[in-house]
Design a protein around this ligand. Structure first.
Ligand SMILES: [Zn+2]
Length: 332
C-alpha cells in the first residue's frame, strides 16, 4: 500500500457552493471542462469562486501533452470522464493540485489517480495523482443524462468480477493484495446492490477510486471484465461502465466455478436487468464471434500487463465460453 494522500470528500445537494471556501487560499484557478458543461455551469461556478478563472475546453480525446495556461495555482476538473481525466493529466504535468467536480456519476475515476488516455490512436491508463478534494453536488449530477448513471452502476457492479479475480490472482499468481482495500471495494459493491439511490452510487464510485489510490493500481477495480471492455473499445461499442458490466456475469460464472464465488452471475444479471443495463449480445448488436474475438484480445491484454485472468486459470476454451453465453442468457 502506498502513502497516498486521500481526498476530502463532499457529497450532497448544493455542495458546489463549498468551492468558495475550498478555493479561498488560491489566486488563479484553471477549470478543465467541455463546452456543454461550461455553458450549463460556467456562470454559476464563476459566481461562487473568488479567484481568477481560466477555462480550458477539452476536445474529443484527452491529449497527454495539453499545455497549461500560466499563472494558475490550482486545477479544477469539471465534468464527466474526459474533463476529469484531462485535469488529472494537467495536474501531473504541472505539479499543481487538482479538485474533482464530477457532473455525472458515470464511472469510478472521479476520485482516482488513474486517467484513461488516448494517444496516437491508442487508449491506455496513466498513473497521475488523486484529487485533493472531491465536490460531488448531487443536484448537478442528478440532472446528467440517465445513461451516464446507468454506466456508473455498471462500473460498480463489475467489482463482483474484479474483486474475486484479484483474490484468485493473489492466491494462484502471487499478485499483491490488500484486505483493507478489498473490503472497501466490496462495501461499495454491496451498497449499490442494497440501495439504488444516486448518493449511494456516487459514494461507491468515490470509495472505489480511493481504494485504487490506496493500493497504487487499478487491479482491485479492474479485471478481465475491464480488459474485455478495452477490447470492445477498439470499435467503440458503448460507455465504459455498460461494457464492463456486460462482461461481468461471464467472468463471475467462471470465477464461481473455480471456487471464487463473491456474487455469482445470477445476482449480477438480476441487478443489471433491474437497472436496465444491456445483458444480451443483441442488446449491443454484437455477434458471438466478435465477442469471442474481444475475449481473446482481452486475455492478451491481461498477459501483457502481468495480470492473471480467470480465463487463463481454468483455462477456458471457446466452446466453454459459448456454452456459458447460452446458459447465462447472453443469447436470449
Ligand atoms: Zn471501470
Amino acid at each position: 500500500m502506498t502513502g497516498a494522500h486521500l481526498p476530502r470528500v463532499l457529497i450532497g445537494d448544493g455542495v458546489l457552493s463549498e468551492l468558495q471556501g475550498i478555493l479561498a487560499d488560491y489566486r488563479s484557478v484553471i477549470i478543465v471542462t467541455d463546452p456543454v458543461v461550461r455553458s450549463l455551469y460556467g456562470s454559476t461556478i464563476e459566481s461562487i469562486i473568488d479567484a481568477t478563472t481560466q477555462w480550458v475546453l477539452v476536445p474529443e480525446g484527452v491529449d497527454v501533452n495539453q499545455t497549461l495556461p500560466s499563472g494558475a495555482d490550482i486545477i479544477l476538473g469539471l465534468g464527466g470522464g474526459r474533463s476529469i481525466d484531462a485535469a488529472k493529466l494537467m495536474a501531473r504535468n504541472s505539479g499543481l493540485d487538482w479538485i474533482s467536480v464530477p457532473t455525472a456519476a458515470s464511472h469510478d475515476g472521479i476520485a482516482s489517480d488513474v486517467a484513461s488516455v488516448q494517444h496516437n490512436g491508442y487508449r491506455y491508463s496513466a498513473r497521475c495523482k488523486g484529487p485533493i478534494v472531491v465536490v460531488a453536488d448531487l443536484k448537478m449530477i442528478a440532472s446528467a443524462p440517465k445513461k451516464l448513471r446507468l454506466a456508473g452502476m455498471g462500473d460498480i457492479l463489475s467489482k463482483a468480477s474484479s474483486l474475486a479475480e484479484w483474490q484468485l490472482a493473489h492466491e494462484h499468481h502471487g499478485e499483491p493484495f490488500d484486505q483493507h482495500v478489498y473490503d472497501l471495494v466490496l462495501s461499495a459493491l454491496d451498497s449499490v446492490l442494497n440501495d439504488s439511490s444516486l448518493e449511494t452510487l456516487v459514494r461507491a464510485e468515490v470509495h472505489a477510486g480511493i481504494a485504487m489510490q490506496m493500493f497504487g493500481s487499478s487491479r482491485p477495480c479492474s479485471g478481465t471484465e475491464h480488459a474485455i471492455s478495452h477490447a470492445m473499445d477498439r470499435r467503440g461499442v458503448e460507455l465504459h461502465g455498460i461494457q464492463v458490466a456486460f462482461a461481468t456475469p461471464l467472468c463471475t460464472y467462471f470465477l464461481s466455478e473455480s471456487g471464487y464465488h463473491l456474487y455469482g452471475p445470477q445476482p449480477v444479471r438480476e441487478a443489471m436487468r433491474a437497472h436496465g443495463l444491456p445483458t444480451t449480445l443483441e442488446d449491443l448488436s454484437l455477434s458471438e464471434s466478435t465477442f469471442l474475438d474481444d475475449i481473446h484480445h482481452a486475455l492478451a491484454l491481461m498477459k501483457r500487463r502481468g495480470r492473471y485472468s480467470i480465463l487463463e486459470h481454468l483455462p477456458v476454451t471457446d466452446s466453454q465460453v459459448q456454452k456459458a453465453l447460452a446458459m447465462l442468457g447472453y443469447l436470449d
